[in-house]
Design a protein around this ligand. Structure first.
Ligand SMILES: *[C@@H]1O[C@H](CO)[C@@H](O)[C@H](O)[C@H]1NC(C)=O
Ligand SMILES: *[C@@H]1O[C@H](CO)[C@@H](O)[C@H](O)[C@H]1NC(C)=O
Ligand SMILES: *[C@@H]1O[C@H](CO)[C@@H](O)[C@H](O)[C@H]1NC(C)=O
Ligand SMILES: *[C@@H]1O[C@H](CO)[C@@H](O)[C@H](O)[C@H]1NC(C)=O
Ligand SMILES: *[C@@H]1O[C@H](CO)[C@@H](O)[C@H](O)[C@H]1NC(C)=O
Length: 428
């Protein structure tokens, strides 16, 4: 951990003096205080503890009913309510739906540990994609410094044989804050936001083995106005994945690795239409991952990925630090070339430094019929981790660069594209 702290510190000094303040944020994150700030404490009008509803917290007794009951009461109170999941206890909880709308604001203080049943068979006959499933809640805060453990080991062992669930899912939630929480070993994605509006995620620690399959850290789908900051994600898949119909997404001050890095997509699978726009990544330290910052689209899809900026990123031994792949295909059979694709437009990469594990530090593999346009590179320095050379690869990639860019860019430069793009952007 000290190693990590010093790396972040180094990163802040090197990359972004204004983030030096945020290093403090990481320090406190690592300590993960066990209780909320005094401010939130005094604001809550009612406090319920799951223990009052029969939860034993011994790690064996099934505490699901107690959680459901506490939620039902809290959600129907006309005053601000806090549900306490006390520290020093482990609560075994089966798949549970915590739904809104609620009468007032609810805070869920997870200070203890919540564990999933070890045995995947518990999900037989239930929706396999849900464990802790929040839906249609407005003004929800999840906090407390405790741990949510998906007990994924048995699921990973049976990897291909069954559908897998996410640890925490928030569906159709609004004005949501998820703060100061540790989420480990989910069966699949750790935290998913689907169809949500206005979300802040901060001081989160998401941990699963590098070898665990599909264990995305934070997954954002069809959501608008999501900010993820001051968090650490070490898993077997994407650190943050942003998929179809999402916009106004900000990621600041995040540590990723191991895993697959920050991904937009995949978009356009099975000829679907998708759009992701206005994504801003500012301040990331990405270490020992398969990709750094990536946009991936399937051939045959449609829609667009546009207006994104990735800046102040430090890479360490990342296989593909900067990559746009419009030929994404994760099936065993090769995917046939198709005409349609998701349009990639107006994507900037600024102030990105560090080391690449492969020669191809910059890779833009764009579609023949829908070339990438408006790509912009500025102040990039990606060297080989092993001391060899690094290269750029471009295919149908249009744009411009400024300042020092290493490896040298291979974009097809056309100023006229910039002018055309303005027209295009208006059409969005
Ligand atoms: C996975 O989920 C899909 C859709 O919910 C279902 O059709 C399929 O049978 C499930 N597969 C397994 C192995 O449970
Ligand atoms: C995205 O939006 C399109 C068009 O509104 C819709 O058809 C599609 O189902 C949406 N996808 C998701 C994942 O919400
Ligand atoms: C390009 O994207 C940025 C956000 O990264 C946005 O501010 C800008 O307006 C976009 N430019 C055009 C021409 O759409
Ligand atoms: C660097 O990355 C490569 C490729 O992912 C990996 O095999 C190697 O173990 C990494 N080196 C270190 C020191 O982590
Ligand atoms: C698909 O198109 C790409 C780019 O034009 C080309 O490199 C590749 O060989 C094609 N693949 C097939 C299977 O035709």
């Amino acid at each position: 951990m000290h190693h990590f702290c010093s790396l972040i510190y180094f990163f802040c000094i090197l990359m972004c003096p204004k983030f030096a303040v945020h290093a403090q944020g990481f320090e406190s994150l690592l300590q993960l205080p066990r209780s909320g700030s005094p401010r939130t404490k005094t604001r809550a009008k009612r406090v319920l503890s799951v223990g009052d509803f029969g939860a034993k917290g011994d790690g064996h007794h099934d505490d699901t009913k107690a959680f459901e009951h506490a939620w039902k009461i809290a959600c129907s109170f006309p005053v601000r309510t806090r549900i306490l999941i006390p520290a020093g206890h482990t609560y075994l909880v089966r798949p549970v739906e915590l739904g809104g709308p609620c009468k007032s604001r609810v805070t869920l203080m997870i200070s203890g540990t919540i564990v999933a049943p070890k045995d995947p068979d518990v999900w037989d006959g239930l929706n396999p994609r849900k464990w802790l499933y929040f839906h249609q809640v407005n003004h929800l805060r999840v906090d407390g410094g405790g741990t949510v453990n998906g007990m994924g080991q048995e699921w990973w062992a049976r990897s291909c044989k069954r559908n897998k669930t996410m640890a925490l899912t928030f569906h159709k939630c609004k004005n949501l804050k998820v703060h100061n929480l540790i989420v480990v070993n989910s069966q699949q994605m750790h935290i998913a936001f689907t169809n949500c509006l206005r979300v802040t995620v901060s001081n989160l620690k998401v941990i699963a083995p590098a070898t665990s399959p599909n264990t995305d850290g934070i997954h954002i789908s069809a959501s608008r106005g999501v900010e993820v900051k001051d968090s650490i994600v070490r898993t077997g898949d994407d650190c943050v994945s942003i998929v179809s119909n999402s916009s106004r997404i900000q990621i600041r001050n995040i540590f990723c690795g191991p895993g697959h890095g920050i991904s937009i997509g995949s978009l356009g699978k099975s000829k679907s239409w998708a759009q992701v726009h206005n994504v801003f990544v500012d301040g990331a330290f990405i270490s020992n991952t398969e990709n750094g910052v990536r946009i991936k689209t399937w051939q045959g899809g449609s829609g667009y990925a546009a207006n994104m900026k990735f800046q102040n990123v430090l890479m360490e031994n990342v296989s593909y630090p900067i990559i746009i792949d419009q030929y994404y295909c994760d099936s065993n059979l090769p995917c046939a070339n198709q005409t349609l694709n998701v349009k990639v437009d107006n994507i900037s990469f600024v102030h990105i430094k560090g080391t690449s594990a492969t020669e191809e530090a910059i890779k833009f593999a764009c579609s023949d019929s829908f070339p990438c346009e408006g790509l912009y590179l500025e102040d990039i320095r990606l060297e080989s981790y092993t001391g060899g050379i690094t290269k750029s690869f471009c295919w149908e990639a249009y744009g411009s660069s400024s300042g020092l860019v290493r490896p040298p860019p291979c974009l097809i430069c056309t100023d006229s594209f910039i002018k055309q793009k303005v027209g295009l952007a208006v059409a969005f």
